[in-house]
Design a protein around this ligand. Structure first.
Ligand code: FAD
Length: 544
């Protein structure tokens, strides 16, 4: 099979026109074209009056060898790569060796658990939150009734942090083994829409994520895996050998059970602050790591569509427009858009009482009125939160508490209109933009709950963004805060064997350990770590 990439066609074209374009591009006789499938479709909107769809296609030809030879110097005509997933090992038949334990049922833990189960190792998945259906009720409890369940919320529970999200499924990670393809294929098998396999910027949306997560659980259980919900890992039993080597030997669970465990994937996400403290107390190697903080910004989606797509705004093929913005400030900081959610809503994303955190989500249709995005500023341990490895957590908590107070101490988010923010005065009434955050927005002055350098940097960046996306810096645009959970404030460093630098048997993984950012990269990391653990179980070397 041959892969043809970078084939651009006008926005509104028929499938016959696509076929003709392939025939013309390859200079072939139509009779030689046996079959073609779309493997990627993106758009090129640099010229708004002439937006193009850009395809990669897999093509079966009668005369493939001849065509490949003719296009030997053309990087857009190549043999189709083999993207199928190959297991690195399998458990011996009737395996009765140690069962691996996975802590956390987010995308990282889910894919680690699935791959271990598919290899025959019958993992035990321990999750502090509830199964996803019950968890959904608790999550809505905060949004609708201002009642937070600290163990079952946007961050904690089956499906992990991205369950109530836009479900964006792209990442910039290096992925030579096509593990992202394995993740997306498993998602489709579990009920995600097929187009995530072909769209250049795929997304699932909240509703479908919930059913997908349930279906993946059924698969893992059928393969002999086991879930324990509402069970928090509270402590780690670590033994030190005569040679000084530290080894994880068991886990203390919140239901009082001691679970012997010598092979543990720790995929706890970036909000498991109590777990980070416990690991630090037990001497597991942890480092502070940079992350970003800021606000969530909301615009009517139609403004973004018009700014991005001009006369084609609203075209169904294009869908709701997204954006990605970045500005290097005169103070040296970088301000950038983060986790942009077209046609979605801003959500209350705290997992701790007395704190307010914002984030964004949307449904598959992306049909809600507003577009939202984090506008965040990079911060780092040396400059902004020097101290012990956990200083970033204290830093996050400080500003989340200030946001809670500024919002009225009832889980409403503090908010401000962009014009007032730039002028340095509190807002008193909304303009043409109505914010979507539930349980509500309390208008105030956002400088009360963010560091001065963050406010100063965002003030410099917004007019610059307004020049790139007309209307972006309209004075009525609403900003809410605070956006603090952009990535993990710590890294639980691991070696080449994917185990903790100083504690054997502990495999830090995913976003919480500082090895991923986003659903897809966390899931890919889960596969990599599961493979390393499986090879250790069957005592084979870890591949490079
Ligand atoms: P998590 O998903 O955080 O999962 C960790 C799990 O571990 C949780 O279920 C938690 O309950 C459990 N856990 C924690 N501590 C313990 C313990 N001690 N014992 C037992 N269990 C424990 N990313 C995208 O790529 N696209 C998006 O559109 C997107 N939107 C988002 C929207 C929102 C509202 C949020 C909050 C995040 C969003 N993200 C998005 C980020 C994405 O969700 C994360 O990057 C991803 O979920 C990280 O996966 P993970 O498995 O490493 O950790």
């Amino acid at each position: 099979m041959l892969r043809l990439s970078d084939l651009a066609l006008p926005l509104d074209h028929s499938s016959a026109e696509l076929e003709q374009a392939v025939i013309a591009r390859l200079g072939i006789d139509p009779a030689d074209l046996e079959r073609m499938t779309i493997v990627r479709r993106g758009n090129d909107a640099r010229r708004k009056a002439a937006i193009k769809l850009v395809y990669s296609l897999d093509i079966v030809l009668r005369n493939e060898a001849e065509v490949l030879a003719r296009f030997a110097d053309d990087q857009h005509v190549r043999q189709t790569p083999d993207t199928s997933y190959k297991f690195v090992t399998h458990a011996p038949a009737n395996y009765d060796g140690p069962r691996p334990v996975v802590i956390g049922a987010g995308p990282c833990g889910l894919l680690a658990g699935l791959v271990l189960a598919q290899m025959g190792f019958r993992p035990i998945i321990v999750e502090r939150g509830k199964a996803v259906r019950e968890r959904t009720k608790d999550t809505w409890g905060l949004w609708r009734r201002s009642v937070l369940n600290p163990e079952s919320n946007v961050q904690f529970g089956e499906g992990g942090a991205g369950t109530f999200s836009d479900g964006k499924l792209y990442s910039r990670i290096k992925d030579q083994r096509h593990l992202g393809r394995k993740v997306l294929s498993e998602f489709v098998k579990a009920g995600a829409p097929d187009d995530i396999l072909t769209e250049a910027h795929p997304h699932i949306g909240t509703f479908r994520l919930v059913t997908m997560v349930m279906s993946m659980r059924e698969t893992i259980e059928k393969l002999g895996g086991e879930y324990r919900f509402q069970t928090r890992v509270e402590d780690f039993e670590i033994e030190e050998g005569a040679d000084g080597e530290r080894r994880l030997v068991g886990l203390h669970l919140s239901d009082g059970e001691y679970l012997p465990a010598r092979h543990v994937i720790m995929a706890v996400g970036h909000s498991a602050r109590d777990t980070f403290y416990k690991l630090h107390e037990r001497g597991v190697h942890i480092e502070a790591k940079p992350f970003a903080i800021g606000v969530r910004i909301e615009h009517p989606q139609s403004w973004i569509d018009t700014a991005r797509y001009g006369p084609s705004a609203g075209n169904k093929i294009l869908g709701a427009a997204a954006y990605s913005l970045s500005h290097k400030c005169s103070n040296g900081r970088v301000v950038y858009s983060f986790c942009m959610c077209p046609g979605g809503r801003v959500v209350a994303a705290t997992s701790e009482e007395g704190r307010v955190v914002t984030n964004g989500m949307s449904q598959y249709s992306r049909a809600e009125f507003n577009a939202n995005s984090g506008i965040v500023v990079d911060i780092d341990p040396e400059r902004d939160y020097p101290g012990d490895p956990l200083a970033g957590i204290a830093f996050q908590r400080k500003f989340e508490e200030l946001a809670y107070k500024a919002g009225g101490s009832n889980y409403k988010a503090p908010g401000q209109k962009l014009g007032d923010f730039l002028a340095g005065r509190p807002s008193t009434e909304f303009g043409v933009v109505t914010p979507s955050y539930q349980p509500g927005v309390h208008l105030t002055d956002l400088s009360e709950c963010l560091p001065d350098y963050v406010i100063e940097s965002i003030r410099e960046a917004l007019p610059v963004f307004g020049r790139q996306v007309p209307g972006y810096d309209h004075p009525d645009v609403v900003m809410t805060g605070v956006e603090t959970r952009t990535s993990s404030p710590v890294r639980i460093t691991r070696g080449r064997d994917y185990q903790s630098l100083n504690t054997r048997g502990l495999y830090p993984a995913g976003e919480g350990a500082g090895y991923a950012g986003g659903i897809l990269s966390a899931a890919v990391d889960g596969i990599r770590v599961a493979e390393a653990l499986a090879l250790e179980l069957v005592s084979e070397p870890v591949p490079a």
